[in-house]
Design a protein around this ligand. Sequence first.
Ligand SMILES: [Zn+2]
Ligand SMILES: [Zn+2]
Length: 91
Amino acid sequence: MKDKEVYEKTLELFKGCCALCGSPYPHLHHIFEGRNRKNSTKYGMIVPLCREHHEWVHKTNYKGFKEKAQREFEKTHTREEFIKIFGRNYL
Ligand SMILES: [Zn+2]
Ligand SMILES: [Zn+2]
């Protein structure tokens, strides 16, 4: 999938609202960043967040989305594959 399609799908899934509070016009947060930013997009590990929650997730280093993303990934892949791609186990 192209990046733009992933972004559109993510917004559609969350009805264009923040995943945590439902505010409209959210930012798109990559659940895994840095060198894994591309993999976040590739595997659809993106969540829409309002400005406040986006700042909060970064400031507190919130792990909830990472755990959820790994659980989703492991429905179709093994844990070994996850660790190989993302570098660590979050569960
Ligand atoms: Zn929010
Ligand atoms: Zn972010």
